[in-house]
Design a protein around this ligand. Structure first.
Ligand SMILES: *Cc1c(COP(=O)(O)O)cnc(C)c1O
Length: 361
């Protein structure tokens, strides 16, 4: 008797043949593949988190605050820029934020657009919400030319435009002029995915400063990267309050658990401590870029906590041999390139040693 499998189920036609998102989760000594912050919460923070969870535990028979008001206020305070609770929305990771945005502004007969290479989940979430995906290319240096971007938006008239800054997997931050060039002509909403905002180099602005002038601009952020809270699953957006009102039409009731809200509020109380590692990670990143360039590798300028480098005739082979030495990096981006997340000084040293062994550089 043959096995009953996925292909035997009456799933949606447009989901047939798809594979789920799957960065390898391997148990390795040095995991530098998903851009997490390598520093775990301090014992003091871990204790505060446990207390916060204990406090809400006795009320778990009740649904949580559906509007997550306390958390959204704390996020608004953290962001500054004159934002308040009405202009901030939170969800289970910024991937859920992006899904909610597409559920409102995308869907059947609608189009979302991005500039590739970029974050692989943008086309995936676009497709899953029944939205059509169109991609334009970034330049050879992974930048986006403002005039070409404007022309592309006028040509495709997308309902949603994704601009990732700093970009994943290249690390490239966009000047505000590029974002404005797109926002000025976009007929729908423009989402600036700023998952790595806290890592950007001195003088690189955030799209948050453009919000007052562009009511259809959405800036998405996450606590998964700089905030060292990937396991807590908390993403958020900042936008005109009307955008937050629109999201209410699609969000599931009580989507954000009381435990998640309590954990995130507590982590925000420790923002200084959590973000204290960011300065060090930026310095380690800049040192890693310099080290790779000294050895003759091509390296993309990075405003994030990872570095894209190459170019290898067989990057899969380099990736595998690095893994053999206990160092897991990511095979992603344009062909021939590899991405490494910035880890602790010890992890970065292990990466450098393994890469020298593998490549002889
Ligand atoms: C990691 C990442 C996210 C964050 O996802 P979460 O769901 O918040 O963990 C969003 N956008 C980009 C570009 C990323 O690299």
């Amino acid at each position: 008797m043959s096995e009953f499998g996925l292909e035997d189920l009456p799933i949606r036609d447009d989901l047939r043949g798809r594979t789920p998102y799957g960065a390898p989760q391997l148990d390795v000594p040095v995991a530098l593949n998903t851009n997490e912050n390598p520093y775990p919460p301090s014992p003091r923070l871990a204790e505060a988190l446990a207390r916060a969870v204990a406090d809400v535990a006795v009320g778990l028979n009740r649904y949580p605050d559906r509007d997550a008001v306390r958390l959204r206020s704390a996020l608004a305070d953290y962001l500054g820029h004159g934002l308040d609770v009405r202009g901030v929305w939170a969800a289970n990771g910024s991937n859920e934020i992006l899904q909610q945005v597409l559920q409102v502004f995308g869907g059947q007969g609608r189009t979302a657009m991005g500039f590739e290479p970029s974050y692989s989940m943008h086309p995936v979430i676009t497709g899953v919400t029944g939205t059509r995906w169109v991609a334009e290319r970034r330049g050879d240096d992974f930048s986006i030319d403002p005039a070409e971007a404007r022309a592309a938006v006028l040509r495709h008239r997308p309902d949603v435009v994704f601009l990732t800054s700093p970009n994943n997997p290249t690390g490239t931050a966009l000047p505000l002029e590029t974002i404005e060039a797109v926002a000025e002509v976009a007929p729908g909403v423009v989402v600036v995915d700023e998952a790595y905002a806290e890592f950007r180099r001195e003088g690189t602005p955030s799209a948050l400063s453009l919000l007052p002038r562009h009511p259809r601009l959405i800036v998405s952020r996450t606590m998964s990267k700089a905030f060292a809270m990937a396991g807590a699953r908390l993403g958020y957006l900042a936008a005109h309050p009307a955008v937050v009102d629109a999201i209410q039409l699609v969000r599931l009731p009580y989507h954000l658990s009381a435990v998640t809200q309590a954990v995130a509020v507590t982590a925000l109380d420790f923002a200084d401590e959590l973000l204290g590692t960011v300065k060090q990670l930026r310095e380690e990143r800049d040192a890693l870029v310099a080290w790779l360039r000294e050895r003759g590798f091509s390296v993309a300028d990075s405003d994030a906590n990872f570095v894209l480098f190459g170019v290898f005739p067989d990057r899969g082979e380099v990736w595998r041999r690095m893994l053999d030495q206990g160092v897991l990096i990511r095979e992603v981006g344009p062909s021939g390139w590899l991405r490494v997340s910035v880890g602790t000084p010890e992890e970065n040293a292990a990466f450098r040693a393994a890469l020298s062994n593998v490549t002889g550089h």
